[in-house]
Design a protein around this ligand. Sequence first.
Ligand SMILES: Nc1ncnc2c1ncn2[C@@H]1O[C@H](COP(=O)(O)OP(=O)(O)OP(=O)(O)O)[C@@H](O)[C@H]1O
Length: 181
Amino acid sequence: MPRKLPNIIITGTPGCGKTSHAEALCEQVNGLRHINVSEYAKTKGCIDGYDKERDSAIVDEDKLLDLLEPEAAKGGLVIDWHCCEVFPERWIDLVVVLRCNNTLLYDRLAKRGYKEGKIRENIEVEIMEVLLTEARDNYDEHIVIELHSENVDSLDENVARLAQWVSNWVDDHPEGVDTEL
Ligand SMILES: Nc1ncnc2c1ncn2[C@@H]1O[C@H](COP(=O)(O)OP(=O)(O)OP(=O)(O)O)[C@@H](O)[C@H]1O
């Protein structure tokens, strides 16, 4: 069955606003489903250990992809994760890379109680544009967009823009898209 809604990845350094954007977008557009991959992996038993150095859970990516495959085939996924390269290109219609300036990002991560080392590591990831490079290296450049997420106005503008993009995608694909192709 072709999917009648696009699949979107929202990626970016932790704290950039992926979950805030994904939740708001799914509220605005009927049929979109938010997959917060960190939480999904925990509830579906896809955790394969703990990385002490990074202070984060290790996700069993093969198991995660097996579980997500039928969901991706239905379409309408908004995949929220700080990593995008694992998702097959044929599943994905748009990759949104959220960006945030370092001072704001520092404050957001500090507010969460992250340790200084983990904050610094994430700020470096943002400065080095690691997630943007990962997205551009793994997906067609035409489907990768960079959006700034620094205040509530930019969040609202981004979500309105993404909702419009979904509406255009639906108009442009009246027969849907087959995920197998
Ligand atoms: N555009 C924005 N304007 C104001 N506050 C924002 C914006 N984006 C994110 N925030 C705030 O920053 C914090 C982190 O946001 P959020 O949880 O959405 O980020 P995330 O990228 O999903 O993080 P993680 O990868 O760790 O899950 C939250 O307190 C959120 O309210």
